[in-house]
Design a protein around this ligand. Structure first.
Ligand SMILES: *Cc1c(COP(=O)(O)O)cnc(C)c1O
Length: 399
């Protein structure tokens, strides 16, 4: 039985595959079927926030599995109540939040878009260029990359995109017709671009002026990734709607959308999800939040992330254009395409992600240690030495 052949034959085909069959994970490492070990700086696309098979999450899941696996939100549940309360302790701003629980980041974004339209009675949504919010029809309408969008048009009407970090463009676009502005406080899949605090502050003020809502998509930046519980805290801006996903349940599927408690509950029937708020995901998320707090992983992300970026900046490769990021969300923008470099990193036992066409994105688990980050930086240096400079464009373009 060849695992790759079976997948190649029967899967949908929508993912670019790497030549690697992963069968086991622990902490920052994963192993392939031949027993080769890899340092995982993809962190399961950011979902393995505590590393692979974190003991606390594993135990919470095992215990919950033996008690109750299924409990839709038409009933109350102890695990869900505990998670809703635990989230109050960490969500930003001095306010209480209501939370719609779901199963993925895109679903959290869908909920944000629906609730924004419901609350304002308006339909227009302003998003940013390079934004990534997911691939369902609503979230895709907020996503910018034309390659993801065009085959599926017409998308949901009422969306427009402005340049990220451009206050004047936002001011020109927003108005009394705007339901919401949706932003990632650090653009992730677009290439790790932190928002200027001034841009987010201006977005807050403009939304307030026109009665529009501010949505932060913290699916990738949330739960300590950027060295704060939420990336919003770097600017002091509190959004009206906050979307979470990825690492919230330590690798177990979950999504969440928070909105101010002072709005009161949404109308019955306005939204819903069969698996939303299920006790397994809630137990895993609560164990994750507890672990982040107990092990002081937020502070750790800030400290280790800063050291890691400094180390990357010291690499003397002519192929590095810029090192960007916040906390343990780190991007290295290159003068060459990212994919061949990712392949060379993999050959050196390091797994990383692309961020846009020409950046390498590192999302190591928050439990990573300084020596792992040093290994990653060393592997990148070697991979870049092996990668040649691009042909100057004047030569490439000459007839
Ligand atoms: C990954 C991501 C999403 C989509 O999450 P899924 O769980 O894949 O649906 C949305 N927004 C941001 C910022 C993300 O990084």
């Amino acid at each position: 039985m060849d695992i790759r052949a079976i997948e190649e034959r029967y899967t949908s085909g929508v993912y670019p595959k790497r030549e690697l069959v992963l069968v086991r994970g622990e902490g920052v490492y994963v192993w392939d079927e031949a027993g080769l070990r890899y340092l995982d700086a993809t962190g399961g696309q950011g979902a393995a926030l505590l590393g692979h098979n974190p003991p606390a999450v594993r135990m919470a899941l095992q215990e919950q599995m033996n008690r109750l696996m299924v409990c839709p939100e038409i009933f109350y549940n102890d695990q869900r109540a505990a998670l809703l309360r635990a989230l109050q302790e960490v969500l930003p701003g001095n306010r209480e939040w209501r939370i719609f629980l779901c199963n993925s980041g895109a679903e959290a974004v869908e909920a944000a878009l629906k609730f924004a339209r419901l609350r304002t009675g308006r339909s227009e949504i302003i998003a940013a260029r390079r934004a990534f919010h997911g691939r369902t029809m609503g979230a895709l309408s907020a996503t910018w990359n034309p390659a993801y969008r065009q085959p599926f048009e017409p998308l949901v009407p009422g969306f427009r995109h402005i340049p990220f970090n451009d206050i004047a463009a936002l001011e020109a676009a927003i108005g009394p017709q705007t339901a919401a502005v949706i932003l990632e406080p650090v653009q992730g899949e677009g290439g790790v671009w932190p928002a200027d605090p001034a841009f987010l502050q201006a977005a807050r003020a403009l939304c307030d002026r026109f009665g529009a809502l501010l949505i932060f998509d913290e699916v990738q930046t949330g739960c300590g990734r950027t060295g704060r519980w939420f990336a919003a805290e770097h600017s002091g801006v509190v959004p009206d709607l906050l979307a979470l996903g990825k690492g919230l349940a330590g690798g177990f599927p979950i999504g969440a959308l928070a909105f101010p408690a002072e709005w009161g509950p949404m109308p019955v029937g306005a939204h819903g999800s069969t698996f939303g708020g299920n006790p397994m995901a809630c137990a895993a998320a609560r164990a994750t939040l507890e672990t982040i707090r107990r092990e002081r992983l937020v502070e750790r992300a800030e400290r280790l992330g800063a050291d890691f970026r400094e180390r990357l900046r010291q690499l003397r490769s002519p192929l590095i254009r810029e090192v960007r990021g916040l906390g343990l969300m780190v991007g290295v923008s290159l003068r060459v395409r990212a994919t061949p470099v990712l392949r060379r990193l993999m050959a050196r036992g390091v797994l990383a992600l692309p961020g846009g066409p020409d950046a390498i994105r590192f999302l190591p688990p928050l439990i990573v240690e300084a020596h792992h980050l040093a290994e990653i930086a060393a592997a990148l240096e070697e991979a870049l030495v092996e990668t040649s400079l691009p042909v100057p464009s004047t030569l490439e373009e000459s007839p």
